[in-house]
Ligand binder design. Sequence first.
Ligand code: BDR
Ligand code: CA
Length: 311
Amino acid sequence: TQKIIIDTDPGQDDAVAILLALASPEIELLGITAVAGNVPLSLTELNARKILELAERSDIPVLAGCDAPMGRKLVTAEHVHGKSGLDGIELPEPSTPLHPGHGVDFIIETLRREPEGSVTLVPIGPLTNIATAFRKAPDIVSRVKQVVLMGGAYFEVGNITPAAEFNIYVDPEAASLVFGSGVPLVVLPLDATHQALTSRDWVQAMADLPNRCGPAVASWTDFFERYDREKYGSAGAPLHDPCTIAWLLRPDLFSGREINVEIETSGEFTLGMTVADWWRVSGRPANALFIRDLDRDGLFALLSERIARLP
Ligand code: BDR
Ligand code: CA
């Protein structure tokens, strides 16, 4: 099994990513660290606990991490995810409290405790917690097996500004630190995740599942889809964050290139851009596997099969 920590700002697509991990015996979820992103930290940590209770997995610790980017004011995305961050279905107040301690320290302690090269970090929100952990405890960087993150965009360009994707834009300094850390990096950018569009039939199949998690996934994707339909006229909701977990389970469903990716931290119009050297013209060494394409049918078949296993 692959040991992972999910670092997240739920978020409907974050929720589906967490459920996919919980449904997959190949994965051991050591803990969830919440970060400020789609909505403030007080809501993302609450949402993470609600999702675990829905799946009857409150044994997994949820820790609150950083409540603001490393050097900037927080930008949120209620316009996409709703006021709660997890609009679509009303989930009960969780009865399990937050795990004591800070999310950043949990990341550090877990990496120091577990065998070297055994823990994968899966950030699906802004990179604040991961970067803060790397800065506070540089010794853990070489202990990380890999970082598999959702963030960035190159050919598809941005969703929060013309040039930048949300997770990177919110904390470009954190992203720059992680991309420059030397850690093995797998990047699932919008170029790939915008191909992970839900279909009507798939959402209906989720709604029809005889469990609680299937209908929850259907209501989240219904809510999430509204934004893309109104904004871009697109049919379907892009399931960005589940692509990270799907890559861990089935890397054969994805294709990309080992290239150099740099983060723009100062551009007037390009702040937070992931400058991806797809044609390897810069001479800078590769620091990431940058995914560009995915097998849509394969991805949704995997999701259906796994979500059906949950309570
Ligand atoms: C990313 O931003 C968030 O709104 C989503 O949860 C995803 O992690 C997509 O740009
Ligand atoms: Ca997210």
